[in-house]
Design a protein around this ligand. Sequence first.
Ligand code: ATP
Ligand code: MG
Length: 580
Amino acid sequence: MENNSKSAVLYYSVRPNKEQEKSLLDFVKSKYGDDCALKLVSDISMKDGFRLVCGNDTYNWNKKSRYEQLKKRINEISASADGNIIPLIRESVENWVPSVYAEQVGTVISVGDGIATVSGLDEAFLGEILIFNGNVRGMVLSLSEDKLGCVLFDSDGVVGSGSSVMRTGKIAGMPCGEGFLGRCVDALGFPIDEKGKIEAKDYRPIESPAPEIKDRQSVNTPLETGILVIDSMFPIGRGQRELIIGDRQTGKTSIAVDTIINQKNKNVICVYVAVGQKASSVKSVYETLEKHGAMDYTVIVCASAADSASMQYIAPYAGCALAEYFMNKSEDVLIIYDDLSKHAVAYRSISLLLGRSPGREAYPGDVFYMHSRLLERSARLSEEKGGGSMTALPIVETKAGDVSAYIPTNIISITDGQLFLETDLFYSGQRPAVNIGLSVSRVGGDAQTKAMKQATATLRLDLAQYREMEIFTQFSSDLDDATKEQLKHGQRLMAMLRQKQCAPLSHHAKIIYLVCAKEKCMKNIQTDDVGKFLCDVVVFAEKEHNDLCERIDKSGTLTDDDRLIITEIAEKVVNGYVEY
Ligand code: ATP
Ligand code: MG
């Protein structure tokens, strides 16, 4: 590289003759001005042809570069042609003239910990993919006056300081298509499940602007999780962002997986993004989904703990790009980010290695923006835009229940509500361990069916009273009858909200459960038998009053007569339990 691009250097294996030298000089002058000089340097490492370097531009006249050009041309023809392509290829090969074009080539200054500093690529832009030695790919993440910082996606073993880097002019993207359903891919869209190549229909940039306000509509259709405690009190609507937050091992992933399983036959496409998880945990999620036939409509995007921080950083964006592809095709999509605290940690390590100054808890200053621009892409699109939706369930892990740490507060403020999972509840056997006082859903209420709204009217209040009462009466022995009654009722409500994993409840089953609770049908049932009793009521109702169940599911309404029928069924079932 020479000063001010006023001099070009020609590297050769066989020195060009006078005539060639003259035409090269003419070429250089026509491109870079008449005062540009040409210097000839012998390079024995080159096997054939020559290489002209002027400023940031490099021209390759060797067999390899010609071969690459021809290969590209043939690929273009075979992609555009349908039918017999042999004559087309023959014709275009015969008429093919190798073109002269400049490649922008930079130099690696330093490399380490998956980060490379590169100089000489003045025109590279933020988010552009660069190609290093040995086809290692990287993405530009920081630009400064004379160098740029780049994260590497593959192992950096073959990239050394002084090696060359090429621009691609392409922003990092994710291949998309229906072929991804049922598959497990990495953050760049390559399959990792040994089921062969995936046919991509589109290529979307991993970062794209969120839908504008005018392209959105309000959340009005429920996205049922099949989990009673959530659907009754913290309903989620299609297009909403609901955070699942809790300490480690409190059933966060289980809620997400149950929600995916519940979307069977409901025309919802699911994307599960695993960030920084153990590969074995992702495998067990995959197996659970497969076992319940949920992989048919699900894609798993995985950047496990063993992957580089850069892969973990782009995985949620890649999953989001894939979800957007389906959303723009008028589909309803559910995306799960498991989990964003590990995502933030990956971004923190990248930022520190790039030399950005650390802020609170050593996270970089833009960590809030990083999550908000990801979660803002969830939306319910307007009818003009096809009416598709993307519902996001981000997961965040807290340490010792501390929701006021940096990342949890950030994400709480970005999302439309949170499901707070509590360790104490989890270990006392109350699973899913949703804390009713701290959880909230801000927009989902509009999306709840009428039947559900009616059935849950007083549930939250009853539970709140029960919890207060439970604390007050912990140490007192002689309680009046009303208090005893209230405690008993509360215990039965809590028992009703316990639910096994991978056992989502249908809409009518949830309504039947809630009506039984409201009408206090369980007052003579032992707490331990509540689950079985409610199951029996639903089985009985489905057998004897199938029309009622179908009506509730279809219309989403509950009449007084329906309520009466449900109470009668419950009474009949209670009679079978009188011996308790
Ligand atoms: P991690 O912090 O490791 O990601 P997590 O919060 O995602 O954990 P899970 O992996 O979903 O938690 O669940 C932890 C354990 O609790 C698992 O062994 C799971 O089987 C069990 N579990 C979760 N939900 C329930 C439930 N409703 N009933 C019974 N067991 C459950
Ligand atoms: Mg988990």
